[in-house]
Design a protein around this ligand. Structure first.
Ligand code: NAP
Length: 326
């Protein structure tokens, strides 16, 4: 039997869980498909589950561990009756109303859930180099967010991988704290825009290692050094750094919605400016899945609140016009 709900929230990072708190408190009895622990891209709790200390989330003057923050948000949503399921949406049909959502077999004839409104909060993932020690030391010297973790590297020598605008921006931000920042790029020309490249190259604290990749991240409990390889000569070398910022791009988790919701050239979901509305009425998006600019837990949470309020107002108008119709 397909269940019918007011709101289904897909995703359980700060955006999804904030939307859950708000919609639950508005008596909309939301179902949250939080994802499954098996996969790094859509695991419950989102990217904060891959971090350690979070010092910039307001309300925690002593800081809070990323996973603790997410556990707290989850409990807060549950306290108001949010129905959080450790499941993954495998298919959605947003071309019909009520919207249809499948969990498990995407080819099943009947959807698992039908919903009058859907809030998409599936987040994004940082692209990683794919080295075993890189994931082991994530949060312990390896980071994907300079804004989040730069502060921990005061007077340290650190490295940034990547040659795009993100890498330049992260490197420049990191020079506020670090003693030196070494940008490691796999080619000898940057992908970054001219102005960003110029600024980075003019920065005294930044140096470049060209045509090279990181082949290993060495460290017992925290990063101690990197193993590098020059792709032209094959020569290997060691770089003594205590931090590695991976800035090789992000990928929004939008596969589920391709062909239904409008995506930008960069595959992020498009929302109408100043709101969480997508191109389909009754479908709202919040958090990193629609934000390639700020990517912060607090901005994700803020946009989750927007999506919940937008959904609540939309549902009210929808039920009102339905009642009038009948
Ligand atoms: P990007 O432009 O795709 O650049 C990714 C960089 O990482 C490239 O230099 C790429 O090398 C390198 N890379 C990719 N995979 C790698 C791997 N496995 N190992 C080593 N290096 C790897 O991504 P982005 O820098 O995140 O930027 C994304 C978009 O956001 C761009 O349109 C950018 O302009 C925009 N952005 C703008 C600003 C700003 O204007 N302030 C700031 C950030 C981002 P190759 O060059 O060899 O491919």
């Amino acid at each position: 039997m397909t269940e019918k709900r007011n709101v289904v929230i897909v995703g359980s990072g700060p955006a999804g869980l904030t939307a859950a708190v708000y919609t639950a408190r508005a008596n909309l009895e939301p179902v949250i498909l939080e994802g499954e622990p098996s996969s790094t891209s859509d695991q419950p709790g989102g990217q904060l589950m891959l971090t350690t200390e979070v010092e910039n989330f307001p309300g925690f003057p002593e800081g809070v561990m990323g996973p603790d923050l997410m556990t707290r948000m989850r409990s807060q949503a549950e306290r108001f009756g949010a129905d959080i399921r450790t499941q993954k949406a495998s298919r959605v049909n947003l071309q019909v109303h009520p919207f249809e959502i499948w969990v498990g077999d995407p080819n099943a004839t009947e959807p698992t859930l039908r919903a009058d409104s859907v809030i998409v909060a599936t987040g994004a993932q940082s692209l990683m180099l794919g080295l075993p020690n890189e994931s082991r030391l994530l949060g312990f010297g390896v980071s994907t967010c300079a804004t989040c973790d730069g502060f921990f590297f005061r007077d340290r020598d650190i490295a940034v991988v990547g040659g795009g605008d993100s890498a330049m921006e992260e490197a420049m931000f990191l020079t506020k704290f670090a003693r030196t920042v070494t940008i490691i790029h796999r080619r000898d020309t940057l992908r970054a825009s001219h102005i960003m490249a110029e600024r980075a190259q003019a920065n005294e604290k930044i140096r470049f290692i060209w045509n090279s990749t990181v082949t290993d991240v060495i460290g017992t409990n925290t990063v101690e050094r990197l193993e590098l390889q020059n792709l032209q000569t094959g020569a290997t070398s060691t770089l003594e750094v205590t931090g590695l910022f991976v800035a090789i791009g992000h990928r929004p988790n939008t596969d589920l919605f391709k062909g239904q919701l409008d995506l930008g050239d960069d595959a992020y979901l498009l929302t109408q400016p100043g709101s969480s509305r997508t191109n389909i009425e009754g479908v709202f998006a919040c958090g990193d899945v629609q934000d390639s600019t700020y990517r912060q837990a607090i901005t994700a949470a803020g946009s989750g609140c927007m999506a919940a309020i937008d959904a609540e107002r939309w549902l009210e108008a929808f039920h009102h016009s339905n009642a009038a119709h009948h």
